[in-house]
Design a protein around this ligand. Sequence first.
Ligand code: MN
Length: 191
Amino acid sequence: MKFELPQLPYAADALEPYISKKTIEYHYGKHHQTYINKLNDLLPGSDFEKCDLDTIVKKGHNGIFNNGAQVWNHTFYFSSLSPNGGGKPKGKIAQLIEDNFGTFEKFQEIFTKAATTLFGSGWVWLVQKDDGSLEVLKASNADNPLRNGHKPLLTIDVWEHAYYLDYQNRRPDYIDGFWKLINWDVVESRL
Ligand code: MN
């Protein structure tokens, strides 16, 4: 199976001023594309040649896992954002967040702290577990909660390449901007 870079659901400059056109051009146009190219290079002749991306993420290892999961994670991340996003969620996702974390603000604090303190490169996830409860998880490098049987609802990329052009080493400022871009309708659709 040959994978292709999915279209972004917005223009490259649409997330400004929080994520610049230049960052999108590098992060989506070069980093995301490179993970796809590397995955496509590794698949022929491997056990995963005919597998879909979810299977590669759940069962893959080494380079096939690393590149496959980075493809999955970036597609999920970019599709979680919108120039009309931000604010507080409504509906079922809002209720679940309140049920599990007390208030939206408390959830925001827990997620922000996880994203701020994750050491090195990785992702912070909001997931739904088998019992229906929500949890915030830190994950290093390309790791993805599908490998532990959880349903991913939202993620933030905290690899430096996600924010360095706009914020240099100021990861907390990037995280502040991320909250202003979350497309809660998309998050709710993943429940
Ligand atoms: Mn990235």
